[in-house]
Write a protein that binds this ligand. Structure first.
Ligand code: ADP
Ligand code: MG
Length: 230
């Protein structure tokens, strides 16, 4: 563990810059980002479209390697890990929720929540039990066998939240998860995610354009042109 990392830190991005190489074009997206997320902290990430929010979440989620700088998760310097180790760490420590639910349409709600657990080696029986429990907590006990097409937008996002929580992660990265929902469903999805991350002491970065939701979180980060401006 690095001497700079405090026991209460869950995620630390240090001097992170990112450039996409698009053919001959260099697209500078993030510019020297420093971000510390405490255990159990829920942070809103706001900023105009195209400003680098998804890139930041992808780097924090070990899906993208930053051009410069380091990512430290729970005391592990991830910059030096190989792809297999990153995949394992991502699977056990990080849950993702996206703007569209990204559930598998040919699987039921329970099966969608079981999948990440089966991938991490949990037995079918345990995965199923855990999935039913999670979906019940999320108010979906009567929707267990429904496929995504038979769910409302808010219900599908709640299944996506259950999937994100399935392997008991320490970090949830939510990329505009309420962006496609009406105001009532958006509030409902946020409320349930907020309650769960707080009761389980999970950290969360929640990208949103919704200032009313941002106000309810512990802290707000404003990203503009690839830099944190507040
Ligand atoms: P936001 O989530 O805030 O809308 P993004 O992180 O998605 O912003 O994108 C930031 C900028 O990076 C945009 O200009 C986008 O076009 C560019 N970008 C994102 N992903 C890629 C990629 N894989 N290759 C090239 N450019 C990309
Ligand atoms: Mg985005």
């Amino acid at each position: 563990m690095s001497k700079f990392v405090n026991n209460n830190d869950l995620l630390m991005l240090r001097n992170v810059s990112h450039i996409y190489n698009q053919e001959s074009l260099k697209i500078k997206v993030l510019n020297n980002i420093n971000l510390r997320v405490l255990k159990g902290e829920i942070i809103s990430l706001i900023g105009p479209s195209g400003t680098g929010k998804s890139t930041l979440l992808n780097i924090a989620g070990l899906l993208e390697k930053p051009t410069l700088g380091s990512v430290n998760l729970n005391g592990t310097n991830c910059t030096k890990l190989n792809e297999d180790s990153k995949t394992m760490l991502r699977g056990s420590e990080i849950g993702f929720v996206f703007q569209s639910h990204r559930l598998f349409n040919e699987f039921s709600a329970v099966e969608n929540v079981m999948l990440p657990q089966l991938i991490m080696g949990k037995s079918k029986i345990k995965s199923e039990k855990n999935s039913i429990e999670l979906l019940s907590i999320l108010g979906l006990k009567k929707r267990l066998d429904f496929r995504p097409a038979k769910l409302s937008g808010g219900e599908a996002q709640r299944v996506a939240i259950a999937r994100a929580l399935a392997n008991s992660p320490s970090l949830i990265l939510a990329d505009e998860p309420t962006g496609n929902l009406d105001a009532t469903s958006a509030n409902n999805v946020f409320e349930i995610l907020y309650k769960l991350v707080k009761s389980l002491n999970i950290s969360c970065i929640f990208a949103t354009h919704n200032n009313d939701l941002a106000k309810l979180m512990d802290r707000k980060i404003i990203l503009k042109n690839g830099s944190i401006i507040g």
